[in-house]
Design a binder for this molecule. Structure first.
Ligand code: FRU
Length: 483
């Protein structure tokens, strides 16, 4: 029996030790450590007064919880934001040495007027992120008008030798520039794509195009509500950044969705990954604002996605974002089953009883003219989570209708789909299952679908099925992961 507060706790995805978590914040690599701060309410398991919770890792898959990083003060509570290494002490905070600077949104109701204010502020750390000092002249950037003015992501733009900030302003993003992180000038606005809700948590970064040594700029921004799977989710644009403004290659080529599941939000990239590593790494929050405050955990609430590596791929002349779990996940593999050349028919599914709920699977399958192929995960009793392919619709889907606890919110249950054309009727999937989540990566990361599930602990079977005809499993690798 799982202890109640540990019920649904994943083994290898980041969760807060206790209480509430939303967006990842302040992700930066410094002195051998990946930092992960997060929106945290230390007093409850619902969203409330926000602090920056804190954890560090040396490998992105084992995390050490640290005391709260940044606390509210007279300027308000601490909303989302980023952190950078100030290598050249442009701020003057560090006596000429490098140090960490966090740039975040101070959110408050004005003590007299009661008006909501969202303003950008700084805090800095001279001891590898262990303790933080608020900058005395906070805030450093006030809103020119809009009340929604938040989630600054800052990076150093080498060609112009200055810092660039991208932040969400109601239903657009604004770019600002600064030499010292303290004085900011407005550069430009960008607004395109989908506008079904408010824009939040933007990021702007260069990404390698697979098979080349060139990069293209990607602007990502979250939207709540109005995302493809309903509720909150992320979209992106591919284009060019010239130090002043972001220009999309093809404004008509949008919206492009980051993930077709319901539970991928506020993804942002790690700053200062060493050039000899060179990866673009990011992590997202694995929930949806429709029901994030209602998921059936006790004592703690919400998990991050697996950290992912991003690349761009040329797909029929258009660049598309590709996400793959970081390779470090491979170090968690405890035991492995490999099966090859197995044919499944409607009468003969492939049954893998008791493989559990902490899995990393790779599957290549050739569909022999079958209308529907799929895999049942976390199966037991009446419970199952389906990941499948509908040939007529040419869609990959995740169906959590019978995944376990679903009725805690009306928007939770159901099936979500992503467009996916197969080549030569071959489907290749990477699937991560970690107790309360399923992340599906198809076509080598071109499509990702992230969904929460709440099955009973006993539902540990996996089964591969077809609805008609047959499918040939060319190879199935199933690794049990431990952390
Ligand atoms: C996104 C968000 C941010 C905000 C934070 C508050 O999930 O709404 O825009 O800074 O959460 O916790």
């Amino acid at each position: 029996m799982e202890h109640t507060t540990e019920r649904f706790r994943p083994a290898y995805h980041f969760t807060p030790a206790a209480h509430w978590m939303n967006d990842p914040n302040g992700m930066v690599f410094f002195d051998g450590e990946y930092h992960l701060f997060y929106q945290h309410n230390p007093d409850d398991i619902v969203h409330g007064p926000m602090y920056w919770g804190h954890a560090v890792s040396e490998d992105l898959v084992h995390w050490e919880h640290l005391p709260i990083g940044i606390h509210p003060d007279e300027n308000g509570v601490i909303f989302s934001g980023s952190a950078v290494v100030d290598w050249n002490d442009t701020t003057g905070f560090f006596n000429g040495s490098p140090g960490l600077v966090a740039i975040f949104t101070h959110h408050r109701r004005h003590p007299e007027t009661e008006k909501v204010e969202q303003r950008q502020s700084l805090a800095y750390s001279k001891d590898r992120g262990r303790t933080w000092t608020m900058y005395v002249n906070n805030p450093v950037l006030e809103s020119p008008g809009e009340r929604d003015f938040r989630d600054p992501k800052v990076f150093w733009y080498e060609p112009d030798g200055r810092w660039i900030m991208i932040l969400a302003v109601k239903n657009k993003v604004s770019l600002y520039g600064s030499a010292n992180l303290k004085d900011w000038v407005f550069l430009s606005d960008f607004s395109g794509g989908s506008h079904g809700g408010v824009w939040e948590c933007p990021d702007l970064f260069p990404v390698f195009v697979e098979g080349t040594d060139t990069t293209k700029w990607v602007l990502e921004v979250d939207i709540n509500p109005g995302a493809i799977a309903g509720g909150s989710g992320g979209q992106y644009f591919v284009g060019h950044f010239d130090g002043q403004q972001f220009i999309p290659d093809d404004p008509e080529d949008s919206p492009l969705w980051l993930d077709y599941g319901k539970d991928h939000y506020a993804g942002v990239s790690w700053s200062d990954i060493p050039p000899e590593d060179g990866r673009l790494l990011w992590i997202g929050w694995m929930s949806n604002w429709q029901y994030a405050n209602h998921t059936p955990t006790t004592g703690w609430r919400n998990a991050m996605t697996i950290p992912r590596e991003l690349t761009l791929r040329d797909v029929d002349g258009k660049l598309r974002l590709v996400q793959r779990p970081v390779r470090e996940v491979g170090t968690l593999r405890a035991d492995t089953k490999v099966l090859s050349a197995v044919t499944v028919t409607p009468d003969q599914p492939l049954r893998l009883p008791g493989v559990g709920q902490y899995l990393d699977m790779d599957i290549q399958v050739k569909l022999r003219d079958c209308a529907e192929w799929g895999i049942r995960l976390s199966k037991g009793g009446d419970e199952e989570t389906l990941v499948g392919y509908d040939s007529a619709k040419q869609e990959l889907y995740v169906d959590r209708t019978h995944s376990g606890l679903v009725d805690f919110h009306p928007e939770f249950s159901g099936r979500r789909s992503a467009p996916l054309q197969l080549e030569d009727t071959r489907l290749s999937l990477r699937i991560l299952v970690d107790r309360c989540s399923v992340e599906v990566f198809a076509a080598d990361g071109l499509i990702s679908m992230t969904e929460l599930i709440f099955p009973s602990a006993a539902s540990g079977d996996v089964e591969v099925f077809v609805k008609d005809n047959a499918a040939d499993i060319e190879e199935l690798q199933i690794h049990r992961l431990q952390s």
